[in-house]
Design a protein around this ligand. Structure first.
Ligand SMILES: Cc1cc2nc3c(=O)[nH]c(=O)nc-3n(C[C@H](O)[C@H](O)[C@H](O)COP(=O)(O)OP(=O)(O)OC[C@H]3O[C@@H](n4cnc5c(N)ncnc54)[C@H](O)[C@@H]3O)c2cc1C
Length: 430
């Protein structure tokens, strides 16, 4: 394929927002493993945090650090919070329709471990609203951005300590290279490596795997978040999330006897522990969640997607409790990046859930992920623009047979990532 200025791997909110920042004369190719709507960004339910008023700064900062067990990089948290209002303004400029009161002012909801409501939302499909608007903006206003679906990055092309582009595998199994001045990894989390996860199954940490193989630094890849409440079912497939914002709006958790057993607004990791302990006590695979305290009208207007999905599964949440159980949900660790989202390899950036800029510490505060992805995607793009240096000269030779058979490569990489996560966890508990 013809040389590109920038290649972006992944088409979630991070990849799309980055693409929108580049000037029209930059030739950009974005590749994505499946169809473009299949990204976790489309699944985000609860909302996106924002600095509601300048007075909320300290409380927002403290909540983020407390949830992250004070292992967060404070400078990154500061950047995220201070950039939040401009980011939301930009989203509104692209047509994102956040919930508003009748007088037009923005409405804010609350989730676990937030001491105040500071989360903007669009029903219970905030991610779909944001990401589809970004996508339509890219499609309608950025002829310089080419999107190639059903195409996977299988490797980085490295020359010494510089990234020269990526190796790709197309849907028909053929291989090619995309050389580019800059490569941005925006390939999401690692839920596809787990049996029970809320993530899309194609999110298998491919960015991590190739970085591990090329000696690009990773950070805290054992910091994996389990969401306390997903709808319990015996059916296989992606776990359906019951957003934390239902608990923020009053939903309660009960044990097998119908008694409350925990503060429903604890940080995710602590609530997950409490639920697992309760399930072990009760000898069950789930606990009960009661959405009725929210009220029928609020359930149907604020959470129509959760209401409809539970009905499909045979539960009317306005009348009865639902069984919920923890599942893998989010990845706080990732490819180590600095404040400009630059990795330890030259001309290689990482953004979104695949990157670790330290915002989330050991545990992510609810609704900080979309915001962090957008803020640091923009910083990456602006840094590339400011320091733009073209790369010329022949590419190193690539042996496509090294990526065959594809399933064996995927299995090897899965094993490498999960073994490293286990190793780090054991080390931590020694
Ligand atoms: C059910 C659910 C609810 C959530 N709710 C919220 C919420 O309310 N608020 C919040 O802030 N966060 C929420 N999150 C987290 C948030 O949605 C994600 O962290 C965020 O969207 C990540 O964006 P991203 O662009 O990094 O990755 P994604 O949106 O996951 O996109 C990754 C992209 O990379 C592609 N890709 C992967 N590997 C390759 C490869 N090898 N080659 C090519 N392409 C590749 C994928 O196909 C995909 O297009 C939620 C997540 C889930 C799963």
């Amino acid at each position: 394929m013809k040389k590109q200025d920038i290649v972006i791997v992944g088409s979630g909110c991070a990849g799309l927002f980055a693409a929108l920042q580049f000037p029209a004369d930059k030739r950009i190719t974005m590749i994505t493993k499946e169809v473009i709507e299949h990204s976790d960004s489309f699944l985000a339910q609860g909302g996106i945090c924002v600095l509601k008023t300048p007075e909320d700064y300290q409380s927002f900062f403290d909540d983020t650090l407390k949830a992250g067990h004070y292992e967060n990089r404070k400078e990154s948290v500061d950047i995220m919070i201070r950039s939040s209002r401009d980011t939301i303004r930009e989203l509104i400029g692209y047509g994102v329709d956040f919930a508003r009161a009748e007088d037009g002012t923005l409405l804010y909801t609350r989730e676990g471990a937030h001491s105040k409501p500071r989360i903007l939302y669009h029903e219970d499909e905030t991610g779909k609203e944001i990401t589809s608007r970004l996508l339509s903006q890219v499609r309608s206003a950025r002829p310089n951005v080419q999107i190639i679906e059903n195409t996977a990055m299988v490797d980085l092309i490295c020359q010494g300590d510089t990234c020269r582009g990526v190796v790709i595998r197309r849907a028909d199994g053929s291989y090619d290279t995309i050389s580019a001045d800059y490569t941005m990894l925006a390939c999401g989390g690692i839920g596809g490596l787990y049996k029970h996860s809320t993530n899309y199954p194609q999110l298998t940490g491919d960015g991590l795997a190739v970085c591990m193989e090329h000696g690009v630094a990773l950070e805290n890849i054992n910091y994996v978040q389990i969401h306390p409440t997903t709808l319990y079912t015996k059916k296989p497939g992606r776990s359906f999330l019951i957003s934390e914002s239902v608990r923020g709006e009053g939903a309660l958790l009960y044990n097998a006897k119908g008694e409350r057993f925990a503060n429903e607004l604890m940080p995710r990791d602590l609530l997950t522990e409490a639920i697992r302990a309760q399930m072990a006590n009760d000898g069950t695979d789930f606990v009960w969640e009661d959405l009725r305290p929210i009220g029928e009208e609020e359930i149907k207007t604020h959470f129509p997607n959760i209401y409809a999905r539970c009905l499909e599964e045979g539960y009317d949440v306005t009348k009865e409790c639902i069984p919920v159980t923890p599942a893998q949900h989010y990845f706080m660790g990732g490819i180590h990046v600095d404040e400009e989202s630059k990795t330890t390899m030259e001309h290689l950036y990482a953004i979104g859930e695949t990157a670790c800029n330290g915002v989330h510490g050991k545990n992510r505060l609810a609704s900080n992920s979309l915001l962090e992805s957008l803020v640091f995607a923009k910083r990456a793009a602006l840094h590339i623009i400011e320091h733009y240096t073209p790369q010329n000269g022949p590419l190193p030779a690539v042996d496509f047979s090294a990526y065959e058979p594809a399933q064996a490569l995927a299995a090897r990489r899965k094993d490498a990532i999960l073994s490293e996560i286990r190793r780090l966890n054991q080390h931590e508990h020694q």
